[in-house]
Design a protein around this ligand. Structure first.
Ligand SMILES: Cc1cc2nc3c(=O)[nH]c(=O)nc-3n(C[C@H](O)[C@H](O)[C@H](O)COP(=O)(O)OP(=O)(O)OC[C@H]3O[C@@H](n4cnc5c(N)ncnc54)[C@H](O)[C@@H]3O)c2cc1C
Length: 423
């Protein structure tokens, strides 16, 4: 039987690009099939909507000290900005700036929140919802839950495995990329044997190998690495033949996608609200049902403001559409500067990310459901078809899940495993 390549890689995001590069470096022949019209997946720099690069997906190189993309970015001459501490330039408490005492209480609550999660995890026992492990009822506790879980992880703490939260916690430095993190990832995919607009509808066993099929045709390979999101896998975006083993289905179901959305407004005048580049705005969450946004203003001195919203609110606004998200964002900004100033300082319209609605992603990044913290390793180690089929992507990284660096390492890991299987 003849094959088109040793390995077919499904998806040209960070994991797929890393896997393809690693396989080629090992002397394997590779074909990458990407459903969309571009490289990079959830690392995507939009250079058209705002007249300046805007990272619609990933924007920080997290845990920069040991992220494989840090030295790569440096070596390629990208401009990086170290953002070790994210201090709020404006921290709002019930409509007014926080006092020094309130800021100190805010910072102490953050430390206490993280310490409680870590201590409860270290104590062992059953996995529990993150929300049950952390302080509750203090003046800043709802704010911490909102910031650490709903926004950063894209899911409410009530539905998030404590074990997974602690295991995948991000420490260390954060770097922003002036040219765009998506630009960096896409550049790393340039020159690879990628076919765009080639959605894989079916991946089936084919003699001693696998056949990837779609409306574009058929591609036969000795092995395959699938890097699509767990949202796409759970929605059966790819049909597997034979059907995947139960434990793989269980791992996928244990790792749903959370949601982080960005709403971007452009300045209309020169005033910039009197705030400098990279200014941060945040506010106290006043209790259950109060959905706050977090803001980063004028990155790299550019004329746009990026609002972040996560979890249930983000899913709800994704359903309601971009106009609802824009209205929500303007109302949130008005809390800081008043509605008249928002109308004066920002042009009409907004750029709203659509990760939830896009069938190629169906969310932002994964979290483990309570009791499913082992699912990441299970998906990473799954090797159906005598090891000829492997999964990779952010969800498969037990330590750096939800990041580009984690996706990258996961792709390299799957490539090494497939290479060993092929002998
Ligand atoms: C709003 C947002 C903010 C984020 N912020 C950060 C951050 O600051 N730092 C960070 O490190 N990470 C961040 N992330 C997470 C990071 O972007 C992801 O963890 C990472 O990019 C995932 O890479 P991947 O290769 O696993 O998956 P993907 O990037 O999703 O790649 C999978 C590819 O498969 C393709 N595909 C889907 N279905 C098919 C099919 N049937 N056939 C063929 N191809 C298919 C998709 O189009 C996609 O290109 C963020 C994500 C979002 C959405």
């Amino acid at each position: 039987m003849s094959f088109d390549a040793d390995v077919v890689v499904v998806g040209a995001g960070a994991a797929g690009i890393a896997a393809a590069r690693a396989l080629l470096a090992r002397g394997r022949t590779v074909r990458v099939l990407e459903a969309g019209g571009r490289l990079g997946g959830r690392a995507f720099t939009d250079t058209e909507s705002l007249g300046a690069p805007f990272d619609a997906g990933a924007s920080w190189i997290h845990v920069a000290e040991r992220n494989p993309l840090t030295p790569i970015a440096q070596g390629m001459g990208f401009t990086l900005r170290d953002e070790r501490r994210r201090v709020r330039d404006i921290l709002l408490v019930r409509g007014r700036p926080a006092t020094a005492g309130e800021r100190a209480a805010h910072d102490a609550a953050a430390e206490a929140w993280e310490a409680a999660a870590e201590a409860r995890d270290a104590a062992g026992g059953e996995d529990i919802p993150l929300a049950q492990a952390v302080p509750r009822g203090g003046p800043w506790d709802a704010t911490m839950a909102y910031w650490f879980s709903t926004i950063i992880s894209g899911v409410e703490a009530e539905r998030f495995s404590l074990r997974d939260y602690v295991a995948t916690g991000l420490d260390g430095g954060n770097l922003q990329v002036r040219e765009g993190f998506g630009t960096l990832v896409a550049r790393l995919g340039e020159g690879l044997p990628v076919t765009l607009h080639a959605p894989v509808a079916r991946l089936r066993q084919d003699g001693a190998g696998l056949a990837a099929e779609g409306g574009w045709g058929v591609l036969r390979a000795r092995a395959a690495i699938v890097t699509v999101s767990t949202g796409v896998l759970a929605a059966k975006g790819i049909q597997f033949e034979p059907e995947l083993p139960d434990e793989v289905h269980a791992a996928i179901a244990g790792l749903p996608q959370g949601l982080l959305s960005k709403v971007v407004l452009r300045a209309s005048g020169e005033g910039r609200l009197g705030l400098g580049p990279f200014s941060r705005l945040g506010r106290m969450v006043e209790g259950p049902g109060d959905h706050a946004m977090s803001w980063m203003l004028w990155p790299w001195g550019r004329d746009h403001a990026v609002g972040f919203l996560g979890g249930e609110l983000a899913w709800q606004l994704a359903q309601e559409g971009p106009a609802a998200a824009e209205a929500f964002a303007r109302a949130e900004l008005a809390r800081y500067v008043g509605a008249a100033e928002v109308a004066r300082s920002f042009a009409p319209g907004a750029v709203v990310t659509r990760w939830a609605e896009d069938p190629l992603f169906l969310g932002a990044y994964s979290h483990a459901r309570v009791g499913h913290y082992g699912a990441r390793a299970a998906l990473r180690d799954a090797a159906p078809g005598d090891g000829r089929l492997r999964f990779a992507g952010e969800a498969c990284h037990p330590r750096y899940a939800g990041t580009v660096g984690g996706a990258w390492e996961s792709g390299e890991h799957a490539a090494a495993a497939i290479d060993a299987t092929l002998g």
